[in-house]
Ligand binder design. Structure first.
Ligand SMILES: [Zn+2]
Length: 400
């Protein structure tokens, strides 16, 4: 089956001092347009609620933008690449769409202190000989192409990280013929805080030591930052240090996650994981948890898309499935299990249950049951809540 896959390739940019000024003004204008039209859309709804037309869509805002550029107060918007400004409107429209249809938060106003960016959908190109990124209204910017690109370029996003580095992220469309994988193992994976991951083959994977070290350093730097006076020079220096270590951690973590997800996908023909909402229910606001949260969802994202690209079946358990509480051997449910219990004696069969290994076994069993009689290349039909609860009760007896 031919699949169209979107893949982003990120490269470092080295603008000159002159170009940095132009980029700064592009970031500012893209942010202005986003915030201005977010305000317009909010106000329009407030005054027209209940009317036949109660909200503004992308096309309304695009028309308004053209008029805005003619106004004496905002004529400076003409200095920017016009597609970059239109793209801001698209991003805003997507944010609304995510809010209404996918359970995301209501769009926020963009702040200057965060990551700055603008996107250009067409008419840009990368000169591989001269190593330059060409965007209309901008002079060619030096780009370091440390790896090749595949597919057709769809758009480019130019950004400045809080650490001060510039990047170009090129989104490409790749066509790939994917056939369902017929060989390899089936595995269940349990994500955790103690080990990053435990598989149903009882392999536990720890995050690399250097990643832990960077995380300790971040904790220390954040404490230092919080003691500095707001608006002071020292605080700004400390802020850049924190931003840099954030960047290092995110690079180290991504490298670790990519290698691990690649390995899992190449070794297995089916991978089952739990629903991450279950993990989210653990109320804990410590740093380790917030880092783990980000890693888990990024890891699942990677396993999901790499599985899709390689014809591997990927399934997630129902969120009402008690993967930790249920003994994988006999199906007895330990209602009194707490987060601190690393192992517990099963009252059904007498075995001593290791928390993470048990969960990975349950996830694998649940995954296998869910796919019985199903074409492995098709998405799993997710049972509704009542059926899922029945299934939990059934599981014990069917697996004995
Ligand atoms: Zn048992």
């Amino acid at each position: 089956m031919i699949k169209t896959i979107n893949k982003a390739f990120q490269y470092r940019l080295y603008p000159t001092v002159e170009q940095e000024k132009v980029l700064t003004s592009h970031f500012g204008q893209a942010r202005f347009v986003y915030n201005y039209f977010l305000r317009q859309r909010i106000d329009y709804y407030a005054t027209n609620k209940g009317q036949e037309k109660q909200s503004l869509n992308y096309h309304d805002t695009a028309k308004m933008l053209t008029e805005l550029k003619q106004q004496p107060d905002t004529v400076w918007l003409q200095e920017s690449n016009s597609q970059a400004l239109q793209q801001s409107l698209r991003h805003l429209d997507n944010a609304y769409n995510h809010f209404f249809n996918h359970g995301f938060k209501f769009p926020n106003f963009k702040k200057k202190s965060r990551k700055q960016s603008f996107s250009v959908p067409q008419n840009f190109n990368i000169d591989t000989k001269m190593k330059q990124l060409n965007i209309p209204k901008l002079t060619p910017i030096k780009i370091v192409l440390h790896r090749g690109m595949e597919g057709t370029m769809k758009n480019v996003t130019v950004s400045k990280a809080p650490s001060g580095k510039y990047f170009a992220s090129v989104l490409c469309e790749i066509e790939k013929d994917v056939k369902p994988k017929k060989e390899g193992k089936e595995t269940g994976i349990d994500l955790g805080l103690k080990s990053f991951l435990v598989t149903s083959e009882n392999e536990s994977i720890e995050p690399p030591k250097f990643l832990r070290k960077s995380e300790d350093k971040l904790k220390h730097l954040q404490q230092l930052l919080s003691r500095k006076v707001k608006g002071s020079n020292r605080r700004n220096k400390a802020r850049i240090k924190v931003a840099r270590i954030h960047e290092t951690i995110s690079n180290q973590r991504n490298d670790f996650l990519h290698k691990l997800s690649h390995r899992l996908v190449s070794e297995n023909q089916a991978i089952f994981a739990e629903d991450l909402h279950v993990k989210g229910m653990i109320k804990n606001h410590c740093l380790a948890k917030s880092i783990a949260d980000a890693s888990w969802s990024e890891f699942i994202r990677q396993v999901k898309y790499k599985s899709e690209w390689n014809g591997v079946y990927f399934g997630q358990t129902d969120r009402f499935f008690p993967s930790s509480k249920r003994c994988f051997k006999c199906g007895w449910i330990n209602e009194s299990l707490t987060l601190a219990d690393r192992e517990w004696p099963c009252q059904g069969c007498g075995q001593v249950v290791d928390r993470d290994f048990n969960a990975s076994q349950n996830i694998l069993q649940f995954g296998k049951l869910s796919t019985v009689g199903q074409d492995m290349s098709k998405p799993l039909k997710r049972p509704g809540r009542p059926r899922a609860i029945r299934r939990v009760a059934e599981l014990g007896s069917r697996l004995l």
